[in-house]
Design a protein around this ligand. Structure first.
Ligand code: SAM
Ligand code: SF4
Length: 334
C-alpha cells in the first residue's frame, strides 16, 4: 500500500463505509504491510501543568470556563516528572507524553523547566512527546534541541465542526503549529476525538485533512469522548464500539505508516473490543500506574491489567525508538 497525500474525501468515506468485517480485514492487511502486528507501543501521559486553561474546548476538564472537579496545579517539578517517567519505563512504557493545560507556549521560566524535563526524560531512553498548546517555529526548534521526539497537537474533528467545539482558537491555528513543528525533525502527533456530536462526514473530514498532510502525522491518536461532568459535552452518549473500529481501520488504511493510538476512553472497552481495535490497526495505547488518569479526568487502565491483556492477545510492548536506550535501573543508580 503506497503512502498518499492526495485523498479525495469521497474515497475516504467509501473506505469508512466498507462492510465492517471486510474493512477490518483490509485494515489488518495494510497494518501487516507496514508494522509488526504483534507490537503495541505503551505510552504514559504526565499532566505536567494541570487546570486553569483559558481555552474553551467543550470536552475538556481543564478549561477554566467550566466547573469541573479539576483543581489547578502548579507545574510539576523536574524530579517528580523524571520519577514518574522512570516508573513508567520499568513497566514497559516507551513513550512519555507531557501535557500542559496552556493555550500556547510562553518564552518564560516554565518553558525553560519543560525543556530540562524533555532532556532528562529523553536521557532515560524514552521517546518524549509534548502537548503544550500552540507553538512558534523558534519554540519548536528549542524543543528539538532539547531532544523532543514528538509534538502532539490534535485537530479533534473536521474544520467545519471545529467552531462548534472550540471558539477560542481556529483550525488554522492548529495547522500552523503543526507546520511550525514540521520545520524541525520533531515528529507530529495529531488526531481527534469521537463522540463530540460530530457526523460521519466530520470524522471523514478530519481524516481527509490529516491524510493529505505531507508528510502524514507519524502518530494519530483516536480518542473516545470521556464525558466530563461540568463540561458542555457531559451528557453526550457513548460512542458505539463499531464507530471506533471503523475510525481506526480507516485511519490505518489512509495513513499506513502512522502509529494509530487508541487513546482516551479505552478504559470503557472490554478486552474483546480492544482486540478488534488492534485488529483494525491500532498499535498504541496509554497506560498508567493503577488508578491514575489519562487526561486529568479520563480514567486509564493500569500497567498490570494492560500487560495481562497484551499477553493474552499474543502482543508485546514496542521498545523505544530512541538510540542508546538505557534502562530505568541504571539511571536510578546515578
Ligand atoms: N492542551 C493541549 C492541547 O489542547 O493541545 C493538550 C490537551 S490533552 C492532554 C490532549 C488531548 O486529549 C486533547 O487534544 C483532546 O484531543 C484529548 N482529550 C482531552 N479531554 C478529553 C476528553 N474528555 N475525552 C476524550 N479526549 C480528550
Ligand atoms: Fe486547554 Fe488543551 Fe483542555 Fe483545550 S484541550 S481546554 S487547550 S488543556
Amino acid at each position: 500500500m503506497g503512502i498518499r497525500d492526495d485523498w479525495q474525501i469521497t474515497e475516504i468515506r467509501a473506505i469508512y463505509d466498507t462492510p465492517l468485517l471486510e474493512l477490518i480485514y483490509q485494515a489488518a492487511s495494510v497494518h501487516r504491510q507496514h508494522h509488526d502486528p504483534k507490537q503495541i507501543q505503551v505510552c504514559k501521559l504526565i499532566s505536567i501543568k494541570t487546570g486553569a486553561c483559558p481555552e474553551d474546548c467543550s470536552y475538556c476538564a481543564q478549561s477554566s470556563r467550566y466547573k469541573t472537579e479539576v483543581k489547578p496545579e502548579a507545574l510539576l517539578s523536574q524530579e517528580t516528572v523524571v520519577s514518574i517517567a522512570n516508573d513508567a519505563l520499568k513497566s514497559g512504557v516507551s513513550r512519555v507524553c507531557m501535557g500542559a493545560a496552556w493555550r500556547e507556549v510562553r518564552d518564560n521560566s516554565q518553558f525553560e523547566q519543560v525543556l530540562d524535563m524533555v532532556k532528562e526524560v529523553t536521557a532515560l531512553g524514552l521517546e518524549v512527546c509534548c502537548t503544550l498548546g500552540m507553538l512558534t517555529e523558534t519554540q519548536a526548534k528549542r524543543l528539538e534541541d532539547a531532544g523532543l521526539y514528538a509534538y502532539n497537537h490534535n485537530l479533534d474533528t473536521s474544520e467545519e465542526y471545529y467552531s462548534t467545539i472550540i471558539t477560542t482558537r481556529t483550525y488554522s491555528d492548529r495547522l500552523n503549529t503543526i507546520a511550525n513543528v514540521r520545520q524541525t525533525n520533531v515528529t507530529v502527533c495529531s488526531g481527534g476525538i469521537l463522540g463530540l456530536g460530530e457526523s460521519v462526514d466530520d470524522r471523514v473530514g478530519m481524516l481527509h485533512t490529516l491524510a493529505n498532510l505531507n508528510p502524514h502525522p507519524e502518530s494519530v491518536p483516536i480518542n473516545i469522548l470521556s464525558q466530563v461532568p461540568g463540561t458542555p459535552l457531559e451528557n453526550q452518549p457513548d460512542v458505539p464500539i463499531w464507530d471506533v473500529v471503523r475510525m481506526i481501520a480507516t485511519a490505518r488504511i489512509v495513513m499506513p505508516n502512522s502509529d494509530v493510538r487508541l487513546s482516551a476512553g479505552r478504559a470503557r472497552l472490554s478486552q474483546v473490543e480492544q482486540a478488534f481495535c488492534f485488529m483494525a490497526g491500532a498499535n498504541s495505547i496509554f497506560s498508567s500506574d493503577d488508578g491514575h488518569m489519562l487526561t486529568v479526568t479520563t480514567p486509564c487502565p493500569g500497567y498490570d491489567s494492560d500487560s495481562e491483556m497484551l499477553n493474552l492477545l499474543g502482543l508485546s510492548k514496542r521498545p523505544s525508538a530512541k538510540v542508546g536506550h538505557t534502562s530505568a535501573v541504571e539511571t536510578v543508580n546515578i
